[in-house]
Design a protein. Structure first.
Length: 263
């Protein structure tokens, strides 16, 4: 099977790019299943029920999240009721939503998706390594194809997770930094890996935000109003070819596209 994973969708520009380009990407790469990180999809910060539904209707099969998952208050109800949306599995017990999901594809059977949040330079949550162990064990017997979204700041933490899960999941895809890395590879035991898939958001920006706002913050040390950039949208993704019989990856390829804004 061919699995398409889109980098962090940033606000309305990212959502419009998904609507404009996703169907073409699916056709071109013959994608059987599509995952996207949506933690920045609502105004660049968080996820709402309306935005989540919009992205699912656009053709994304599963939405993953990250450290901004609770920034919008109606995300709680959406994550509790929508089986196609997951939040990091290493939030404490009793947190709304689920840390993993299994969805069926028409041609390739079941796909498991696990989401964890790194701890280095981020929130002090439960251990992502032990959390992903727990979720993988729960998925055994349901599917051989498992994809882990590791939403983390530190490169070392994501690389370590890739090696830790090598041979136990089909792919480890890093998210959060919005900058696509050039280290995609299939690890020795058959797990596809990339440190960060990148973003689906304004190209001429600082991680999706207006350049002037972020430069002002660095120059003055003062908070500045969060404002999304405009202009061409960068679409970062990876396409992973997976053997559904074994659950191992055969290849991983980076995708880089530009979408002009709608007039």
């Amino acid at each position: 099977m061919n699995l398409l994973f889109l980098g962090d969708i940033v606000g309305r520009p990212g959502r419009e790019a998904v609507r404009a380009r996703l169907a073409d990407l699916v056709r071109r790469y013959q994608a059987d299943f599509t995952i996207a990180n949506a933690e920045n999809a609502a105004g660049g910060m968080g996820l709402t029920a309306a935005v989540g539904e919009e992205l699912l209707q656009a053709g994304i099969d599963v939405l993953t999240n990250g450290n901004h998952v609770w920034r919008q208050k109606d995300a709680i109800g959406f994550l509790e009721s929508e089986p196609r949306a997951v939040r990091p599995a290493n939030y404490p017990a009793g947190t709304p939503g689920r840390g993993a999901a299994v969805l069926l594809t028409p041609r390739s059977g079941a796909v498991g998706v696990v989401n964890v949040l790194g701890r280095t330079f981020m929130e002090a949550l439960d251990c992502p390594f032990r959390a992903v162990d727990r979720e993988i064990e729960a998925l055994r017997g349901k599917t051989r194809v498992i994809v882990a979204d590791v939403h983390a700041e530190a490169t070392s933490e994501k690389v370590a997770m890739g090696w830790y899960l090598d041979g136990r999941v089909s792919a480890v895809i890093g998210t959060h930094t919005h900058v696509q890395t050039a280290d995609e590879r299939v690890l020795p035991k058959g797990t596809a890996y990339i440190t960060d898939v990148g973003m689906t958001g304004p190209r001429d920006s600082v991680l999706g935000v207006k350049v002037e706002r972020i430069v002002e913050r660095f120059l003055t040390g003062m908070p500045s109003r969060f404002e999304l950039a405009s202009g061409p949208v960068l679409v970062n993704a990876v396409i992973v070819k997976i053997n559904t019989e074994t659950g191992t990856a055969e290849s991983i390829e980076r995708v880089i596209e530009f979408v002009e804004p709608q007039q």
